[in-house]
Design a binder for this molecule. Structure first.
Ligand code: ZN
Length: 144
């Protein structure tokens, strides 16, 4: 990976960690879930508005945590807003592959995607839970 790309990825994470997108609570919402990562102290509360066609009309979060968990949640909400639940499930799979080092098996996440900026987290096992916390909360919200 080029240094320029690495810098760009770091900037994306810093930016989303400092200025998270979709922060707050959906009003109204019809799905919600909480996630907690005791190893790091990250907490996330997700709310979603999913319509009859299974389209994620709105998704927001509140929470506290490290920069990685906040950035990852912010990036996730940005990637899922307006998308179908089917797409979200596929993206969840791709993101898991990206983070756990199976990055060669990605269908939906290209190097130009902001989610790709979290790939480097895979090298730090403790941080993997920070990056995937919100995705697991999302899963439990939609399976509720
Ligand atoms: Zn964390």
């Amino acid at each position: 990976m080029s240094d320029l790309l690495k810098e760009l990825y770091q900037e994306i994470i810093l930016d989303h960690g400092k200025t998270p997108r979709n922060f707050g609570e959906c009003e109204p919402f019809n799905k919600s879930a909480d996630g907690h990562n005791p190893l790091c102290g990250d907490k996330v509360h997700l709310t979603l508005m999913v319509d009859d066609q299974g389209i994620i009309k709105d998704i927001k979060f509140t929470g506290v945590g490290c920069a990685i968990s906040i950035a990852s949640t912010s990036l996730m909400t940005q990637s899922l807003k307006g998308k179908s639940l089917d797409y979200a499930n596929s993206l969840f799979q791709d993101f898991s592959n990206l983070i756990t080092g199976k990055g060669d098996k990605l269908d939906l996440i290209g190097e130009e995607d902001s989610l790709y900026s979290l790939k480097g987290v895979g090298a730090f096992p403790m941080r993997v839970k920070c990056a995937t916390l919100s995705w697991h909360a999302f899963k439990s919200a939609i399976n509720d």
